[in-house]
Design a protein around this ligand. Structure first.
Ligand code: UFG
Length: 345
């Protein structure tokens, strides 16, 4: 074990390009790749990412839609495999400007795949989402659940997964798609954590409510769940990052293309998360109960047995208090370094 990440014997250390490596999950994955001995370089256009999340010298400012520039980076850096995060992620925004989501998330991905094929690089880990399932028939959700996205963001992930299927078949382009559930937590001692702008996710918004005194609205308490609030599978970002390390090592060993859910298999309701935040921080979370948010399914929990069995992944930080504690440390660090928390929006 190195830094909590198991390094698979027999998998060679490699030079890996991380697109979107200045973002939340990308920056943690870059860190864990290095902990596992790999060498990483980051491609990010900084439209949503933060250059402070990338160590000096590793950032190449490039838009993934710029195929020619990508070819140059891939060959100059002697890249052997790519982990592809660069994408827009806000579900609500994707319903307002779907064309922007398809241009960035789908056309951007195709541009990257073209550049990779041009350079003879045919191993890619893709950042997919449980949003591909929409409102699932079965919970916990297995990977065999059909695609049924209910917003352009989810559809953009489905489209890229399908493109990857065709590239596998006709171009020997091997990929692993990881369908994430609710990424959360932080790696505060590495200076890494969640900094979306605007922030829409539950845990950072609860922490912000404590730090600013401005109440968070809980979206609905009349769902068919034990306490009436939605249930989600909250997965520590560092566990998510370690799944990427295992996935890229699988491809580097000439493993075949595959798809895996990444979640803990346990669900927590919004009210349970609120209780954990109050327990860990010792503060009350100012909140109000509002109406349901459109498109929120009552319960989304992963069946991640496949990832555990096939790649030997295990979530090491699944405890909700641990997740909240790491996010709280990062939020406080951020508050100290930025002077005022409100600056993060
Ligand atoms: N919630 C609130 N108030 C808020 C924000 C969220 O009550 O201000 C609730 C939501 O209604 C939901 C839960 O907290 O029940 C979690 O919401 P998030 O916005 O944090 O996360 P989502 O489950 O909506 O979204 C996540 C990922 C998406 C992905 C989706 C589907 O962030 O990228 O899961 O799997 F598309």
């Amino acid at each position: 074990m190195i830094g909590g990440v198991s390094v698979t014997l027999g998998s060679a250390l490699a030079r890996i390009l991380v697109t979107g490596g200045a973002g939340y999950i990308g920056s943690h994955t870059r860190y864990f790749l290095e902990q596992a001995g790999h060498s990483a370089v980051v491609a990010d256009n900084l439209s949503r990412g933060h250059k402070e999340m990338v160590p000096q010298g590793l950032l190449r400012v490039v838009d993934i839609r710029d195929t020619e520039r990508l070819k140059q980076v891939l060959s100059d850096e002697r890249v052997e495999a790519v982990i592809h995060f660069a994408a827009y992620i806000a579900v609500g925004e994707s319903t307002q400007v779907p064309e922007v989501y398809f241009a960035n998330n789908v056309s951007g991905s195709v541009s990257l795949f073209e550049a990779m094929l041009h350079c003879g690089i045919t191993r890619l880990v893709f950042s997919s989402s449980a949003a591909a399932y929409g409102i699932p028939q079965r919970v916990p959700i297995p990977e065999t659940e059909p695609f049924a996205p209910i917003n352009p963001y989810g559809e953009s992930k489905v489209m890229v997964e399908k493109i990857l299927g065709w590239l596998d078949r006709y171009r020997a382009f091997r990929s692993v798609s990881l369908r994430y559930f609710n990424a959360c937590g932080a790696e505060p001692q590495a200076g890494l954590g969640e900094l979306h702008d605007p922030e829409t996710h539950l845990i950072p918004l609860m922490l912000r409510a404590i730090l600013t005194g401005k109440p968070i609205t809980l979206f609905g308490d009349d769902y068919p769940t034990p306490d009436g609030t939605c249930i989600r599978d909250y997965i520590h970002v560092s566990d998510l990052a370690s799944a990427h390390v295992l996935a890229v090592e699988h491809l580097l060993r000439d493993g075949q293309s595959d798809v895996f859910n990444v979640g803990t298999g346990s669900g927590h309701s919004v009210l349970k998360v609120l209780q954990a935040v109050e327990r860990v921080t010792g503060n009350k979370v100012p909140h109000t109960i509002g109406p349901r948010r459109e498109g929120d399914p009552p319960s989304l929990v992963a069946d991640s047995q496949k990832l555990q069995k096939q790649l030997g992944w295990k979530p090491a930080r699944a405890d909700l208090d641990r997740i909240v504690g790491d996010a709280w440390s990062f939020a406080n660090r951020q508050k100290r370094s930025s002077g005022e928390y409100a600056a993060i929006r």
